[in-house]
Design a binder for this molecule. Structure first.
Ligand code: SF4
Ligand code: SF4
Ligand code: FES
Length: 234
């Protein structure tokens, strides 16, 4: 397989493409395993035989649970630990996510997602609501990995444009489903300002979410509660 990687040294201006030749036997081998295997080679060389630096990328759980390894794989955002090499034939291209500041090689700074959650004060300020139907939705929203893949494909998301995308909407939806009607006023205003007003409802984010979160269901539910004040009986 030819592995093409868009590389960038820390604190340098230019990016460059480097290609590697890679062989593997295991049909289940993932992109993350391949990157780790390349990095295990002491005298790593590119396809032209030139010495190559270790490839910088983020990983943690390697079980599709943390979102750390999100990158562009053949142009689509995804988790390196979830994507199998066998699905890409004999050529794969890896690039860093484009909507976040580039740090090095495949690493970007996704701190803005945490900053957005802090800005929106995404935490319970009232008593938690116990309601079976809402608990299910709350659990679904809690599965957000904060990987940023949805922001990458969203036509409306740009850093600091006031819209926090689904990476902001999912944790906010969780809170919306955990609060009693009387405590919803403030969080509804936040939802309106940072999610509802900016979202064009194109739903490009739905298919790309590597956690398979039911984004559309959560959006419909949060819109109903926060915008249209259609409260579920509690
Ligand atoms: S909604 Fe999905 S794609 Fe977006 S940050 Fe959460 S897990 Fe990632
Ligand atoms: S529905 Fe469309 S505009 Fe809204 S977050 Fe998803 S991709 Fe972005
Ligand atoms: S390393 Fe945790 S999701 Fe890939």
């Amino acid at each position: 397989m030819i592995v093409e990687i868009l590389r960038h040294k820390k604190n340098e201006d230019k990016s460059y493409v480097q290609k590697f030749e890679y062989q593997y036997d295991d049909e289940k081998q993932t992109v993350a395993t391949m990157l780790n295997n390349l990095n295990l080679i002491d005298d790593l060389k590119d396809i032209d035989g030139n010495p190559a630096d270790k490839i910088a990328f983020k990983q943690s759980c390697l079980q599709k649970k943390c979102g750390a390894c999100a990158m562009l794989i053949n142009g689509k955002p995804g988790l390196a630990c979830a994507r199998r090499l066998a699905d890409y034939g004999d050529h794969i291209r890896l690039e860093p996510l484009k909507k976040f500041p580039l740090v090095e090689d495949l690493i970007v700074d996704r701190g803005i997602m945490s900053e957005n959650l802090k800005m929106m004060e995404v935490y319970l300020k009232g008593e938690a609501l116990v309601n079976e139907k809402r608990n299910e939705l709350s659990y679904e929203a809690s599965r957000c990995l904060q990987c940023g893949c949805c922001l990458e494909v969203c036509p409306n998301y740009m850093a600091n444009n006031g819209f926090t995308g689904m990476a902001g909407a999912m944790p906010l939806s969780r809170i919306i489903n955990e609060l009693n009607k009387s405590d919803l006023k403030e969080v509804s205003k936040t939802y309106n300002r940072y999610v509802y007003e900016g979202c064009g409802k194109s739903l490009a984010c739905v298919d790309i979410c590597p956690a398979g979160i039911k984004i559309e269901d959560l959006l419909v539910n949060s819109n109903a509660i926060a915008i249209w004040k259609r409260y579920i009986k509690d």
